[in-house]
Ligand binder design. Structure first.
Ligand SMILES: [Zn+2]
Length: 214
């Protein structure tokens, strides 16, 4: 699949890039036409800082944020996002306050949960959720249920990539959208157009990466 790699850059900053691989990918619950590698934004300080700056825009002067709940290895992005939101400046509504960063755990029965010591930090608090990539939205919906259960007030959802502009009626603030990868599609495995056309799977993927099928 090496020849199917391409890079997309944010129009707002050349530092904000993701690698995209075209192919036939399988997750636990879907088949997809692309794998989006956001490892640069997960691990590079300068890239994460630029991305966080963009992601802070919808909240900077508008939303009190007490907690950032990060998913999919977005903790560095989340930390820089908190830093952006806490900066001093005219109209920066969180200036001089505090923002906690937490992530839920997956219980043995497949539910997202927070430990007792974290529950106190999030109860009745204003929460921004950061995720890497949103496609089918199943995981995010489960996280949203979890946040509701623990009494969080969702202020916004921020993503590196989101195929849809909203989930469950809530706007997703994403750095990249379907317009950046217009031929991106995902299917239920039983309805996959690539499978129907006899195209073999290239790789299994999850949020960590993909493994080619040889
Ligand atoms: Zn398929």
């Amino acid at each position: 699949m090496d020849n199917k790699f391409f890079t997309i850059s944010s129009p707002n900053s050349s530092k904000i890039t993701v690698q995209v691989v075209a192919g036939h990918f399988a997750t636990d619950s879907s088949h997809r036409t692309h794998y989006i590698d956001i490892s640069e934004l997960k691990s590079s300080a300068s890239a994460a800082k630029s991305a966080a700056h963009q992601l802070s825009m919808p909240y900077l002067s508008k939303a009190i944020v007490d907690v950032i709940v990060y998913m999919d290895g977005t903790e560095i992005l989340a930390a820089y996002l908190a830093d952006e939101l806490l900066q001093s400046g005219l109209g920066v509504v969180n200036a001089g306050s505090e923002i906690f960063l937490v992530t839920p755990m997956l219980s043995s029965d497949g539910h997202f949960i927070f430990h007792e010591n974290v529950q106190k930090k999030i109860l009745n608090k204003n929460v921004v959720l950061t995720v890497a990539s949103m496609t089918a939205g199943a995981t995010v919906n489960r996280v949203l249920e979890c946040l509701e259960y623990y009494g969080c007030r969702l202020v916004g959802i921020s993503a590196v990539f989101s195929i849809a502009p909203e989930v469950d009626g809530r706007t997703i603030h994403s750095l990249f959208t379907h317009a950046d990868i217009p031929d991106y599609h995902f299917y239920k495995p039983s309805e996959c157009e690539m499978c129907k056309n006899g195209i073999k799977l290239d790789a299994f993927m999850n949020s960590e990466g993909y493994t080619e099928i040889t």
